[in-house]
Design a protein around this ligand. Structure first.
Ligand code: 6PG
Length: 266
């Protein structure tokens, strides 16, 4: 299943069951194509955007106009192209704030949002999209960072990790991420293969590979990966590349070591 189709499917279930869809967008470059696909044609038409609420998994402490901004990327590829009520987009505001101040503000905003509605256990995001860096970080939860241990907040701040951009960050915490109904990792590229193997084959803990700490309490966890990212996985051994040479994406359920054989194009 393509990432964009997984989002359409999750929206249909959430809106059908609970009357609205609480979506957390990932930053980075990997989801850009999916956001663009989601903003077009039958996929865009398949979602009642008046019932969608958009949040962010993390943000870089740069202005929204900066090319490194996750909000900026989401606006360019999705939010600026669909009819979502502006009051239902909850960006991580960065301008004129410290990272700690921005984190406290977002934490309070999430608290207000979920406290205001008994339909959702707090916080009950319907779908959280996550990427993963080649060091195994996710959102802005970096290896050995203090943010990994934040248990009494849903958003916190972090100094830069080892990968670019070298700016402070604000990120959702494990408690916020692991209370989601569905978490969908989207991971592409061979540089990420060692970290992915470590995580999916249970070789590393969250201090070393923070994405390993994403284990939804009651929700589902799926990894959509391309063949390059999966090249070191036992489960991918012997699967030849697609004749067209396009590295497809495949789905992996939560439990490490559980193979999946069905790969599809992104
Ligand atoms: C961020 C992201 C981060 C991202 C990974 C992968 O703000 O940087 O939220 O966690 O998902 O770094 O980034 P790419 O998709 O660009 O490889």
């Amino acid at each position: 299943m393509r990432t964009a189709d997984a989002i359409v499917a999750a929206a249909a279930v959430a809106i059908g069951d609970r009357g609205r869809f609480l979506l957390v967008l990932s930053g980075g470059t990997t989801p850009e194509n999916a956001y663009s696909l989601l903003s077009q044609g039958k996929r865009a038409a398949a979602i009642d955007w008046s019932k969608v609420f958009v949040f962010f998994g993390d943000e870089r402490m740069v202005p929204a106009s900066d090319a490194r901004s996750n909000l900026g990327m989401a606006q360019r590829t999705l939010l600026g192209r669909i009819a979502i009520p502006p009051g239902q987009v909850f960006p991580l505001r960065t301008e004129g704030r410290s990272a700690a101040g921005a984190a406290a503000e977002y934490d309070a905003e999430l608290l207000r949002f979920f406290a205001a509605d008994p339909r959702h256990a707090s916080p009950g995001f319907d779908l959280i999209l996550l990427g993963m860096g080649e060091d195994g970080h996710t959102a802005s939860l970096f290896p050995h960072a203090a943010a990994l241990d934040a248990q009494d907040a849903w958003a916190t701040w972090s100094p830069p990790g080892v990968l670019p951009p070298p700016v402070d960050r604000v990120t959702l915490t494990y408690p916020a991420i692991n209370s989601a109904r569905q978490v969908l990792f989207v991971v592409a590229g061979e540089k990420k293969a060692p970290a992915l193997r470590d995580i999916l084959e249970g070789r590393a803990n969250r201090a070393i590979r923070p994405a390993a700490g994403v284990q939804p309490i009651d929700g589902t966890l799926t990894w959509l990966i391309d063949r390059d990212a999966g090249r070191l996985l036992r489960a991918c051994a012997g699967i030849a590349s697609d004749p067209a040479g396009v590295p497809p994406l495949g789905g992996f359920p939560a439990k490490a070591g559980t193979p999946a054989r069905n790969f599809h194009k992104p």
